[in-house]
Design a protein. Structure first.
Length: 277
């Protein structure tokens, strides 16, 4: 069948309309972080399922350290908290959300790594996490990773913390589950002796059941949490870095940690130094 000029024009118009629809569905508007902020609105990626870090509460509100950081940064960019749209940013989708313009930036326990910096830019770090251990509140045997001989330690299958225990602390009896919440249940019931992952994630779980668990507060790895944004957005990165430094300087950073992990025994660390590479 021959396609005349009119039909070609019609097909082209339909294709353009479809592309526009797909872009709208994805949330990308082609504007930069700074441009969206100047209009008084931002879309920010966070975790929805990490207590103390990024959690969507049953009443539809959001809480956690990453939420507090996101709100502070947005305010410094001229955007009110109520004008932020929070979007769930699962670990495996973070780079895609940024690259497609579906979010302006991401604050989601997002460790800065060389491989990730090939795809996105990072501001920060705003927090330096470290692998730690969570035990029952009455436990006095486990004081750090070197005291795990014969102890049952739980982490998530395939996760870096589990691999670290297996490689560096073989004297521990590693048990892996699909989620940290299952590890927490096993710890509560006495089936295991400790749960291990980043300290702030453990502190968040401890905050959900005050007096039940305690952090050992002996970190043995380093994870730099950064704010991810579109590759090459130097202006946006500079402004976010400025905001992080202000948050640390005016006491809001410490207050956010105290608010997010109250009653957990979590030791507030020294604030990080922003890397303006």
């Amino acid at each position: 069948m021959r396609i005349n000029r009119a039909m070609r024009v019609g097909i082209g118009a339909a294709a353009l309309a479809l592309a526009a629809t797909l872009t709208a569905c994805g949330g990308g508007d082609g504007k930069s972080l700074t441009e969206n902020a100047s209009e008084g609105k931002l879309t920010v990626g966070i975790k929805f399922d990490q207590p103390g870090i990024g959690l969507r509460n049953t009443d539809g509100t959001y809480s956690g350290l990453d939420v507090e950081v996101a709100k502070y940064v947005a305010e410094k960019l001229g955007v009110k908290a109520e004008d932020i749209t929070f979007k769930e940013a699962p670990s495996a989708q973070r780079e895609t959300l940024i690259e497609n313009g579906q979010v302006d930036f991401i604050v989601a326990s997002y460790s800065i790594t060389d491989s990730r910096k090939q795809k996105v830019d990072f501001a920060g770090p705003y927090y330096i996490a470290g692998q730690d251990l969570l035990v029952r509140a009455d436990n006095t045997d486990i004081t750090g990773p070197d005291s795990l001989d014969g102890k049952k330690v739980c982490s998530v299958k395939g996760a870096t913390p589990a691999q670290n225990i297996e490689k560096n602390f073989p004297q521990a009896q590693l048990q892996t589950y699909d989620t940290y919440s299952l590890c927490i249940e096993a710890l509560r019931g006495g089936a295991i002796d400790a749960v291990t992952t980043d300290n702030v994630i453990l502190a968040g779980y401890a905050a959900q059941a005050p007096g039940t668990y305690k952090l050992v507060n002996e970190t043995f790895t380093t994870e730099n949490y950064g704010i991810g944004l579109k590759k090459g957005d130097t202006e946006g990165r500079t402004k976010i870095n400025d905001a992080i430094e202000e948050m640390i300087a005016d006491g809001s950073w410490k207050a956010a940690l105290e608010k997010s992990f109250a009653g957990t025994g979590f030791a507030i660390p020294e604030p990080p130094t922003v890397d303006r590479y």
